[in-house]
Design a protein around this ligand. Structure first.
Ligand code: 13P
Length: 248
């Protein structure tokens, strides 16, 4: 099914202090001046509240980059979904490959975090993607399909959510899969979503992430089943991010 309105999400990762709020403001002004696709920014948790103030009354949505799977408790250093929502977020990225690799997040943990997110009223963006080793072994489709099936909790079936396909080897490297490879995996992700949650989940957008830049965004975004983009480095400066948004 064709997604008519693309969803473009910026993941700032561990970048940005107060001065970076000006980039969000520049983005807001440009986006609010002319209607564009659906857009969200996911800054570090420390900037959420300030970004809420900067983006108030505009169309740019605000998200977190992770949340804890529990609502509250003795989890030093963690941020709950409710805290993100309280600070102004309406969505949250979960299961990013950097968290799966560096913090040992499993599919089951990602599913538990997604349950926590929807309980707090947040829209989860659940990330999946194969490593280079897995792709070279011909396992990209099977690995990604298994991640989708394991990371999407039952509770998502009636809720808005998105899945992001981010090949680990394409993140921050300047490398991207061919359009055929993107189409192949997105079709498999769609099949896995529908198998897991039923036909109603066919409407959930599947974003592509991994070295999306102003010069490759247009062709990636017109690939079948690509409902948007999850953008890292090129979302840090409003000028670059706007070029991607305008390509959507
Ligand atoms: P880059 O766009 O910097 O490759 O990062 C992609 C990503 O990991 C977004 O979540």
């Amino acid at each position: 099914m064709k997604q008519s309105v693309k969803f473009i999400v910026g993941n700032w990762k561990m970048h940005g202090v107060s001065a970076a709020v000006s980039e969000a403001l520049a983005l807001k002004e440009a986006v609010d001046a002319s209607p564009m696709c659906r857009i969200a920014l996911c800054p570090p948790a420390t900037l959420t509240d300030r970004m809420r103030a900067a983006l108030a009354g505009g169309r740019v949505e605000l998200g977190g980059q992770d949340c804890h799977e529990k609502a509250s408790g003795a989890f030093t250093g963690s941020v709950s979904a409710e805290m993100l929502a309280d600070a102004g977020a309406t969505l949250v990225i979960l299961g990013h490959s950097e968290r799966r690799a560096a913090f040992g997040e499993t599919d089951a943990l990602v599913a538990a975090k997604a349950e926590a997110a929807i309980a707090a009223g947040l829209e989860p963006i659940i990330c999946v993607g194969e490593t280079l080793e897995q792709r070279e072994a011909g396992q990209a489709v099977s690995v990604v399909s298994a991640q989708v099936e394991g990371s999407l909790p039952d509770g998502l079936s009636e809720r808005p959510f998105a899945v992001a396909y981010e090949p680990v080897w394409a993140i921050g490297t300047g490398l991207t899969p061919t359009l055929e490879q993107i189409a192949e995996v997105h079709a498999a992700v769609r099949a896995a979503i529908v198998k897991r949650l039923g036909e109603a989940a066919r409407r959930a957008p599947i974003l592509y992430g991994g070295s999306v830049k102003p010069d490759n965004a247009a062709e990636i975004l017109t690939t079948p089943e690509v409902g948007g983009a999850l953008v890292g480095g090129a979302s840090l400066l409003a000028e670059d991010f706007l070029k991607i948004i305008r390509a959507a």
